[in-house]
Design a protein around this ligand. Structure first.
Ligand SMILES: Cc1cc2nc3c(=O)[nH]c(=O)nc-3n(C[C@H](O)[C@H](O)[C@H](O)COP(=O)(O)O)c2cc1C
Ligand code: SF4
Length: 408
């Protein structure tokens, strides 16, 4: 077990509230000062050296976004922490912010000074009241430390209002601006025209926590765990038929079998029944078979062999009693409900998929389904529509998960 992103729960520090002492003890004061001292070019070079990819789901290279925003000539720029976290099975940012809010907030302030932003926002899921309290306490500590306030960067907290789509970056900007959370067509990308149509850097909570750790230590420390392709650790959220559900910090490259089966992590299904399927990467993720799970490692190149990804780090386990049709119907209902309705492939496609599942015509209409999934992936405006059919298609392409003979 690794404790980098938050302290070992067995230590006193783990439950200590945000305070100046904690800021020092966790190394975040050092991180903030280091980043100011070395300057934005070197800050971005260090982020590039650790190959940090965004931890919100898409793993986009972080350094590239920072450089783009920094290079924009506009005088007004924004940085945003995305703590909306509304995908079923994803709850790692909640844990991170409850246990160590000073880390991601330090990362946010390092980001603001590196790209030249004067205003930062934290967008937190509306239901996360307890998390919001921890964030506000931590902001008070940062103000007392003199990092924010008049003449310096300001941090404002905005609460989401129960829509999964508000976590999509451009929908989130609309939400902060007071509009409906509907995604915008890209380009222009947020780095050029984001919040209030100004250059904006938006990062996931965990990505920013990694930034704080990088500058609290150094590139070699960061790279000491993980793989060459993906240094560092990942927070994973285990749920479903699992003996020890919860959030675990693990090095990239860990065997998925160990993560699922070892007592220090998942500990197996916990039901006494064998594993039937694993959903990697959340509701928009990929179903893999137990055999694939036991061959794979938690890393992007390795999981790509199975058509899967790390996503936001959600891993759901299903034992032999799981009714895959029912599970897929639940996921389809989620996407049909959460589609903002703005574009046709997603608005209609998510409803058609739900109908096929509810009327159990999935296998008879598999050719239509394949066309539908392709249209949704190719022609939807945002990631919701583009990925809504992923889990279904991945499950249908694995006949061993069903009693059906053929793949899609
Ligand atoms: C429907 C949808 C919901 C999303 N929800 C979140 C979310 O809750 N948190 C998050 O960090 N990213 C979410 N994303 C990804 C964001 O659009 C964006 O890529 C991310 O915040 C960038 O941060 P990162 O590069 O640090 O991962 C979502 C994307 C989509 C399409
Ligand atoms: S893909 Fe879906 S959620 Fe995204 S903009 Fe289109 S309708 Fe809205």
């Amino acid at each position: 077990m690794i404790y980098r992103l938050f302290p070992n729960p067995e230590l006193e520090l783990a439950t200590a509230p945000a305070s100046r002492e904690r800021l020092v003890e966790r190394g975040f004061e050092r991180a903030y000062e280091n980043a100011q001292e070395i300057g934005s070019d070197t800050v971005i070079q260090h982020i590039q050296a650790i190959r940090l990819g965004g931890r919100g789901g898409a793993a986009f290279p972080t350094a590239r976004k920072w450089l783009s925003v920094k290079n924009e000539a506009e005088s007004i720029k924004y940085v945003v922490m995305n703590a909306d976290e509304s995908e079923p099975g994803t709850f790692k940012d909640r844990e991170l912010l409850l246990r160590d809010p000073l880390g991601p907030l330090t990362g946010l302030l390092i980001a603001a000074s590196a790209v030249g932003a004067q205003q930062a926002y934290v967008y937190v899921r509306g239901e996360y009241r307890d998390v919001e309290i921890r964030i506000q306490e931590a902001i008070t500590v940062l103000a007392e430390a003199g990092w924010i306030g008049p003449g310096k960067v300001s941090i404002d907290v905005r609460r989401g209002a129960g829509a999964y789509i508000a976590g999509e970056e451009t929908a989130l900007f609309n939400s902060i601006e007071g509009y409906r959370p509907e995604p915008r067509v890209k380009p222009p990308y947020p780095t050029a025209q984001g919040l209030f149509h100004k250059p904006t850097l938006i990062q996931n909570v965990e990505t920013l926590a990694n930034i704080a750790l990088l500058f609290a230590h150094d590139v070699d420390w960061f790279r000491a765990v993980g793989t060459d392709a993906t240094p560092g650790t990942k927070l994973v959220a285990l749920s479903g038929h699992v003996a020890n559900p919860g959030v675990y910090e693990v090095p990239f490259g860990i065997e998925l079998g160990a993560l699922i089966g070892d007592g220090q992590y998942g500990g197996g299904t916990g039901t006494g029944r064998p594993l039937k399927a694993v959903l990697m990467g959340g509701a928009a993720g990929t179903f893999i078979t137990p055999q694939e799970a036991f061959e794979a490692r938690l890393d992007y190149p390795d999981l790509a062999k199975f058509g899967a990804g790390v996503g936001s780090g959600a891993i759901m386990l299903f034992d032999s009693t799981a009714d895959l049709g029912r599970i897929l119907t639940g996921l389809a209902r989620f996407f049909a409900d959460e589609s903002c309705g703005q574009c046709v492939p997603c608005r209609i496609g998510t409803k058609r998929i739900l109908e096929l599942l509810e009327t159990q015509r999935l296998w008879d209409r598999r050719a239509d389904l394949k066309d539908l999934a392709t249209a949704m992936t190719d022609a939807s405006i945002c990631g919701l529509g583009q990925t809504a059919a992923n889990a279904l298609v991945s499950a249908m392409n694995r006949p061993s998960l069903w009693n059906e003979p053929a793949a899609l």
